[in-house]
Ligand binder design. Sequence first.
Ligand SMILES: Cc1cc2nc3c(=O)[nH]c(=O)nc-3n(C[C@H](O)[C@H](O)[C@H](O)COP(=O)(O)OP(=O)(O)OC[C@H]3O[C@@H](n4cnc5c(N)ncnc54)[C@H](O)[C@@H]3O)c2cc1C
Ligand SMILES: NC(=O)c1ccc[n+]([C@@H]2O[C@H](COP(=O)([O-])OP(=O)(O)OC[C@H]3O[C@@H](n4cnc5c(N)ncnc54)[C@H](O)[C@@H]3O)[C@@H](O)[C@H]2O)c1
Length: 456
Amino acid sequence: MTHVAIIGGGPGGYEAALVARRLGAEVTLVEREGVGGSTVLTDCVPSKTLIATSDLLTEVGSAAELGVQMPSTVRADLASVNARVLRLAAAQSHDIEERLVSAGCRVVRGEGRIDAPGRVIVRTAEGEETLDADGILLATGAHPRVSEDARPDGERILTWEQVYGLHDIPEHMIVVGSGVTGAEFASAYTGLGAQVTLVSSRDRVLPGEDPDAANLIENVFTRRGMTVMGNSRMASVARDGDRVTVTLTDGRTVEGSHCLLALGSIPNTAGLGLEEAGVTLDDGGFVVVDKVSRTSVPGVYAAGDCTGVLMLASVAAQQGRIAMAHLLGDTVNPLRLAHVSSNIFTSPEIATVGISQKQIEERGMLVDTTILPLAANPRAKMQGVHDGFVKLFARQGTGTVVGGVVVGPRASELIHPVSLAVSAQLTADHVAEAFTVYPSMSGSVAEAARRLHRLL
Ligand SMILES: Cc1cc2nc3c(=O)[nH]c(=O)nc-3n(C[C@H](O)[C@H](O)[C@H](O)COP(=O)(O)OP(=O)(O)OC[C@H]3O[C@@H](n4cnc5c(N)ncnc54)[C@H](O)[C@@H]3O)c2cc1C
Ligand SMILES: NC(=O)c1ccc[n+]([C@@H]2O[C@H](COP(=O)([O-])OP(=O)(O)OC[C@H]3O[C@@H](n4cnc5c(N)ncnc54)[C@H](O)[C@@H]3O)[C@@H](O)[C@H]2O)c1
């Protein structure tokens, strides 16, 4: 039987393990922290659980518009919120481990490294174990980037992994970094009632995202009382008792009660024996892979954040599945990044799929674009939703939908018809002709598609 050794138990690793078992391989999964990985224990699952509470409070904040009087004391008990966050994360990790074990995978708690192609050494609490494997998958993820001059102390200066230890809503949270992580936490703590300052090194928040969506969210942030500091690069963070001071590279300072560092991630590729085994890394230390997750060494595959390819849980899982299909001789469809859908869990949410406006402009693609504000949607009016839009991109000539952006409440759900259209290469007319419920937010997806109708 083919033996597969997987290092790392996040979605890149555990989804691969399940596929490999289904394809008849013997599987050993090595994980040093907990099955589910950072996704489940520190990143995706905890942050979205925290955001669920923040969203509820944000919604309650608009109750008066819908004719409901709420007491002014509605507030979150952060100690209970964070206890729930950690409980849910631990339960999900446990569920995934049970799934793996009942599927017949062997899960080893320990630190793995490649000794040579075909051999993994695991350091466990009991000692060392050698695994001889026909195929190896690296799915070791990434960890928060910090700086020498901004050292997290786990109390006032925090990484996103440490915020669940807080028992009280921070009086003034300074979030440094306005990528997806920074924007989500800035939005969440604003919803939870904290004063928030977002320090952005670029001229706008979410620099890598759709410009209309980024402008909208920045306007919402400032309207809700957040201070957004553009073109502001952090040089250092210092703590003095219960105050923190963020000093910017131009000498300005910002003072608050807490600081959250959201400066990006570093791949977990050091100390894994990769260079010695001949696995090529790029300048950032990410494992270089092709579209079927192969590294430069035959039989060694890599998936997820350690590869730096679109750092999303869904992409990590897909890379892992593809790697196992390739290794074990099943039908393989190479990774198609042009079909990926993702969501930024700010309030409102920003969901995107397929090709972006930036890519359209850079590639000079002949694409028609339509943007339809949600404010005109009857359901949105009934629900008091004022911010959001649907934006669709369709190829000129064929009308094929190649991408889209939805900004609004539960945009993560509303994007699905657009995602289906992109992956099935449907035309805007197909999307327009499908019935939508009246009244519904999804009516705006169909209406936007109708606006793309062209007489060919
Ligand atoms: C705050 C935050 C929120 C996010 N929210 C979302 C979201 O909503 N949706 C989304 O799609 N993505 C989200 N992401 C991105 C997502 O979390 C990552 O893309 C995903 O975790 C990548 O999965 P992975 O399997 O590559 O790595 P991980 O989930 O990081 O798992 C890697 C595992 O490998 C283990 N490991 C590392 N080295 C070794 C070793 N030598 N031996 C044994 N084990 C080892 C680690 O302990 C870890 O458990 C978020 C990221 C952050 C930072
Ligand atoms: N909802 C989701 O799916 C979700 C949520 C969070 C993260 N992620 C993924 O994780 C990946 C990483 O996102 P991220 O936001 O953690 O990292 P990022 O690298 O995208 O953003 C970090 C930001 O910090 C800024 N920065 C760095 N040093 C700074 C300094 N000294 N002062 C001020 N700003 C500074 C950078 O310019 C950058 O804009 C992304 O691929 C993202 O898609 C996904």
